[in-house]
Design a protein around this ligand. Sequence first.
Ligand SMILES: *[C@@H]1O[C@H](CO)[C@@H](O)[C@H](O)[C@H]1NC(C)=O
Ligand SMILES: *[C@@H]1O[C@H](CO)[C@@H](O)[C@H](O)[C@H]1NC(C)=O
Ligand SMILES: *[C@@H]1O[C@H](CO)[C@@H](O)[C@H](O)[C@H]1NC(C)=O
Ligand SMILES: *[C@@H]1O[C@H](CO)[C@@H](O)[C@H](O)[C@H]1NC(C)=O
Ligand SMILES: *[C@@H]1O[C@H](CO)[C@@H](O)[C@H](O)[C@H]1NC(C)=O
Ligand SMILES: *[C@@H]1O[C@H](CO)[C@@H](O)[C@H](O)[C@H]1NC(C)=O
Ligand SMILES: *[C@@H]1O[C@H](CO)[C@@H](O)[C@H](O)[C@H]1NC(C)=O
Length: 926
Amino acid sequence: MITMSSMRSHKLILFFAISCLLLHEKCTDASVCKESERKALLEFKHSLQAMDSSGNNALPSWNSEDYCFWFGVYCNSLGYVEMLDFRFRPFVVAGTISPSLLKLHHLTSLNFSSNDFNGSLIPEFFGSLKNLIILDLSNANFRGPIPSLLGNLSMLETLRLGGNGRVFNVGKLEWLSHLSRLKEVDLSFTNLSNANDWSQIINHLPLLQKLNLRDCDLPSISSSSVSLTNSSTSLNTLDLSHNNLPSSAIYPWLFNVSSNLESLDLSNNQLKGPIPDAFGNMMAIKELYLSDNLLILDENQVRGDSVLNEIGKLPDLRALDLGNNLLNGSISKSLGQLSNLKVLRLAGNSFDGDVISEDHFSNFTYLQKLDLSYTSLTLKFTSGWIPPFQPSQLLLCSCKLGPRFPNWIQTHVLNPDVDISSIGYLDISASGISDSLPYWFWDKFQGLSYINMSFNQISGTFPNKSIHIIHLDLSSNNLSGALPRFSLDYFMDMGTINLSKNKFTGSVSPICNITGDGFLALFDLSNNLFSGVVPDCFGSFPFLTALNLGDNSFSGSLPSSLGSLISLEMLSLRGNKFSGELPSSLQNCAKLKFLDLSDNELSGEIPMWIGQKLSSLVFLSLQGNQFRGRLPHQLCGLKYLQILDLSVNKISGTIPPCLNNFTSMAKKESLDRRIEHNILDTGPRFLSLEGVYGEPIWIIQVRYVDEALLTWKGTKQSYPQLGLLLAIDLSCNKLTGEIPEEISSLQELVVLNLSRNLFDGKILQKIGHIRQLEVLDLSRNKFSGNIPTSLSELTFLSNLNLSYNELSGKIPTSTQLQSFDPSSFSHNRGLCGPPISPNCSMVELPPGKPAVGSEEDSDEFMKWFYTGMGLGFAVGLWGFCSVVFFKRSWRHSYYRYMDNAKDWVYVTFVLLKARVVRRIKALSTR
Ligand SMILES: *[C@@H]1O[C@H](CO)[C@@H](O)[C@H](O)[C@H]1NC(C)=O
Ligand SMILES: *[C@@H]1O[C@H](CO)[C@@H](O)[C@H](O)[C@H]1NC(C)=O
Ligand SMILES: *[C@@H]1O[C@H](CO)[C@@H](O)[C@H](O)[C@H]1NC(C)=O
Ligand SMILES: *[C@@H]1O[C@H](CO)[C@@H](O)[C@H](O)[C@H]1NC(C)=O
Ligand SMILES: *[C@@H]1O[C@H](CO)[C@@H](O)[C@H](O)[C@H]1NC(C)=O
Ligand SMILES: *[C@@H]1O[C@H](CO)[C@@H](O)[C@H](O)[C@H]1NC(C)=O
Ligand SMILES: *[C@@H]1O[C@H](CO)[C@@H](O)[C@H](O)[C@H]1NC(C)=O
């Protein structure tokens, strides 16, 4: 593109001469023409005001004499501007695009892709850049509508407008039909909901080879509009994914244009029913993506003598994705005939109990990526089997591989040079392995980009040497021994290490010796047997987002270098023996959302700076320590707080009335459903003198959902869904005075526990205003007077304890209050009426009920909790089978990418909801 053949140059000379004569009378010789081009470029630069990421002029080279050497400007052999292309150093635009571009008469290629035009409209004058062959405005933050004048660009062969987001409404596509030379069209991630002519228009583009309409809100093709003649048969790459298209809308048109298709993506639509035989006629097909639909195998298919057979005969198939459909029964052995297959994904279908044996895989010589996650498949190979393929990505989460460690994975290759996007990835989590880690494991697999073996019963220790890793999840196993020295190998990588729920012992001082060029982003050592003092060496983790050292046996004071963790969003040190005061350096961790220091031996006063400096806190628990003194009123500055647990301390004084500043508890809008950390590791990128540029080669996303503990009737229960449980627990302290009236404005509060304090006075009259209250425990205080009648307005109240106070009078009548157990009211001065006595003339105290934290209670908790959870639950939970994303195409903008990432997770989790619920129940009742 930068240099052209001489034939073409001749044509251009001619063309140039004519256009100079006709359009610019003044431009009679080359130097004048070139001066005009130079001026046009400078005008363009000035109106554009392009800035780099630091706000500096993004086109500093644009002042030297010869514009052919300016960044982004490419000239033809005669020295006229032929192409503008600013890849490699994207900029942000503050101004407009100047029509001076019209003076560049030799411009054939305009590529603004990946720059940021700040939501500006596509200029109408683009329709007059008549010589354009390539127009690429993808991923450039443009806004629609598309000027239909683009239909005048009759030379255009490549048109990319994709990745500009839904604000880019394309409207009707009539104008496109004039561009009969088009070979490639990309309108992905735009809004085509009004383009009900799209299939007809496409049929009129005889040379079209590539069409990308991913995620465009495409309207269904009405069957009458399907013209079965004149169809474009040159199509070889078609992406209609993420459009919610039903089968009836797409099949008739598709099978008419599919004869030369090499790549077809129909994932994330509404394709329903059996997979049509017609897929088996796409003899040229190499990549077939049908994931995330409602496809089934019909009876014949289940018997294995139909369609998967047809697909099994496609000779050139390299990639087959049938993930997340409704396929069940058994996997047809005919798939094994696909001897060219490199990528096979069947994840998220329920081949319940089906067994995969080496027979299925015997012809898969080239297989690189195998994803059978969440299929309930059993992989049963004879011992000593060596697969004929060398996979670089094995995703077998929740398949049955155990109980012996699957030695066959040894053929896994780390860094295949065949395909750089094939990062090394191994996920054998939750796969029923109950064995010791083989001796070869770390020799073979260190350096792998991602290893997830969580939720098995793998035993063994780390070798006594430095372990090179990027992402490692070994949580919930039986591993033991000492923490190794880790090395984070890749330059600028965000590493994650999760060793929680194992039996590791000894000191954690090796964390001071983490080496390598990467940065640690997540570090979870919780629920192990680590002990000793935590070393004061956190200064070298500027990107650490989550640090969990909870439930170990650490002692000593909190290291003050914790204050260097300026990116920290989650810190849990709960369940240790830490003592002393909170280091004041902790106030530097201003991004903290989740702080759990419960069940330690910390002491001193609750510092004022918690409320002033840690103002992003959503969860704060200091439960079960030795904190004393008064509650600082600065605590009210925590306006995002959803859970405040200060129970079981020695806090005295009164509750500060400013509690109504906890806006999250007062208004529904701003709730964090869960505190979740997405560590996005964008992998290596190209490096040049101008800096890091280009698209990341791959992306791994590690999700980490904070899990909070709350005491429920004496037992600690864990729950991952904040936002459903807004709670204040100040029980077991020495607090005095009345409940401040302001608390009644916390309308979203679900749990209020003030029991076991020295509160007195009357119960707040307006308590009924806390409309969402489900749990109210005021027991063991000195409350007196009547029970306020507004209490009977709390329709969600399911747990009430007013026992051991000095209350008197009649219990207000409502079906609600009368349905509680009499023990809720026991041991008061003189309460009467149902449920404790038939009427107020015969007052009698029923005996108290001692049960605390029984099995029954926790069952009740789970029931209550899951009922309340509803849909929210389905999204993002637990770390096992963490999510990884592989780049297939990066033609869409980053924010869309994130949206899709969420969809992906959502789908996965909806499918697995039942299973996960069972697992959580099993775990939480352990
Ligand atoms: C335009 O530039 C982007 C990089 O910014 C590149 O990926 C794309 O292929 C280019 N478009 C064309 C049509 O060459
Ligand atoms: C982008 O546009 C918005 C208004 O649409 C404006 O406020 C903002 O300053 C613009 N950004 C730049 C860098 O020009
Ligand atoms: C664009 O094409 C339309 C017809 O489609 C024509 O009327 C108009 O003059 C053309 N505009 C330019 C600037 O060439
Ligand atoms: C797409 O545009 C239509 C109107 O043309 C609008 O109703 C619809 O909400 C838009 N879709 C999205 C996702 O913004
Ligand atoms: C493997 O290929 C051979 C030869 O093409 C064929 O006979 C055999 O059935 C294939 N195996 C499977 C499992 O499909
Ligand atoms: C670990 O780090 C400490 C201090 O940073 C250093 O004194 C010690 O030698 C290191 N140990 C190893 C094995 O590198
Ligand atoms: C409570 O909120 C108000 C208004 O947002 C603010 O002026 C006040 O300082 C806050 N009080 C405390 C103690 O943070």
